[in-house]
Ligand binder design. Structure first.
Ligand SMILES: *Cc1c(COP(=O)(O)O)cnc(C)c1O
Length: 382
């Protein structure tokens, strides 16, 4: 029995589907039924499933060396760090295995730089599940069962005034997602980012962007910060970075680049050659201008079509990071119907919010197809 919770802890509410294989924008279950994937394992499969370039990179690298550890150099890792820096504001990179670990590294780096200090995060923010990242994730249901959290964290409303008021000489860092993903795709105003930048500059705090979900082409630019032009001191990456393998990164700009010294921080598997080889294949595609234009065009197409659907009261997003709020429709029930009846894989971030995170390689026809499936699911529910 594959669809069984008998030996699994109960922290996921899984759908009763077993994925057996994937190809491009499609997933196939145990009966070989085909689904259109607009969830991508939560913003991971940017190039779709089993992209030939990723499969080739992983296969080739696995035949050469799989693990060496961080007391030595491997070419895919060193090259990936250089590429991430050349493509961004970065000067140095610390690799991790996940998004939450990239956030932990950012928090540790910011606190070491300031010899302590307060970490400011924003309401509706999500930064991960380990203690530091969780302490920066001001959601009662996620935090409360695991108290006490790490001291010195404060969360404020996502407004320029609130950020300006909270940052002071005791602040190590402000951490925020330029587009808040997990809470339902909220694009932060440029004005808020400028206020955060100004407050950090005034008080010597570090500005950290969590681009774990919104980075790497998802918003139609390689990095979400490019939309505002407000550059952080560090950014966290993961999700799409490893092409489906576990890989994260803390990209450090000049203020953060020279903080870590030997022994300060580390991770056994992080930056492994196979993960990094896969990441090169991802970067080859998502850093391409024509590819990013397609992401922008398809994102606009998707948002415009969603806005026309019955019951939709608001559509938010940037590029192919999209959410629609409904009135009188349960988003979790809609997601279930989409999966079981329409064979469209999507996700609900709340009782009224549908989130769509298609592969960035999606075609305009597939965008239209997904909207048709949502339309049919809404009609059948009515
Ligand atoms: C998913 C996510 C994380 C956590 O990443 P994991 O790899 O699940 O630890 C952190 N920040 C943001 C913005 C995310 O979307």
């Amino acid at each position: 029995m594959t669809i069984s919770d008998e030996f699994l802890t109960a922290n996921y509410a899984r759908y009763a589907v077993e994925w057996v294989r994937g190809r491009g924008t499609r997933l196939f279950d145990a009966d070989d039924t085909e689904y259109l994937d607009f969830q991508t394992g939560l913003a991971v499969n940017a190039l779709g499933h089993s992209h030939p370039a990723i499969v080739a990179a992983i296969t080739e690298q696995a035949g050469r060396i799989i693990h060496a550890g961080n007391l030595f150099y491997t070419e895919p890792m060193v090259d990936l760090a250089r590429r991430l820096c050349e493509l961004s504001f970065g000067e140095r990179v610390f690799f991790t295995n996940s998004g939450t670990e990239a956030v932990e590294a950012a928090i540790k780096c910011a606190r070491k730089r300031r010899r302590g200090g307060k970490i400011v995060s924003l309401q509706r923010g999500f930064h991960g599940r380990t203690y530091g990242a969780l302490s920066a994730t001001p959601q009662e249901d996620k935090q409360a069962p695991f108290a006490p959290l790490v001291p010195g964290f404060v969360a404020v409303e996502p407004t320029p005034e609130a950020v300006a008021a909270v940052v002071d000489g005791q602040t190590a860092a402000v951490i925020l997602e330029p587009v808040q993903g997990e809470s339902g795709v909220w694009v932060l105003d440029d004005e808020l980012l400028r206020a955060a930048r100004a407050a950090c500059d005034e008080h010597g705090a570090a500005l950290i962007y969590d681009e774990v979900q919104c980075g790497l082409g998802r918003t139609g630019r390689l990095w979400a910060y490019e939309h505002s032009g407000v550059v952080p001191d560090a950014m966290t990456l993961s999700k799409a970075l490893g092409g489906g393998l576990p890989l994260g990164a803390l990209v450090c700009g000049p203020e953060m680049a020279d903080v870590f010294a030997p022994g300060d921080h580390g991770s056994t598997f992080a930056g492994g050659p196979v993960q990094c080889a896969a990441a090169h294949a991802v970067l080859d595609h998502v850093s391409d201008a024509a590819f990013l234009e397609q992401v922008t065009a398809n994102g606009e197409r998707l948002r415009e079509a969603l806005a026309e659907l019955p019951g939709v009261v608001e559509v938010r997003g940037r590029g192919l990071m999209v959410a629609a709020d409904f009135a009188g429709v349960s988003a979790p029930e809609l997601v279930k119907r989409l999966l079981t009846e329409q064979r469209l894989v999507a996700n609900a971030t709340g009782p009224a919010t549908l989130r769509l995170l298609p592969p960035l390689i999606v075609s305009s026809d597939e965008v239209d197809d997904a909207v048709s499936r949502i339309t049919r699911a809404l009609e059948q529910a009515a």
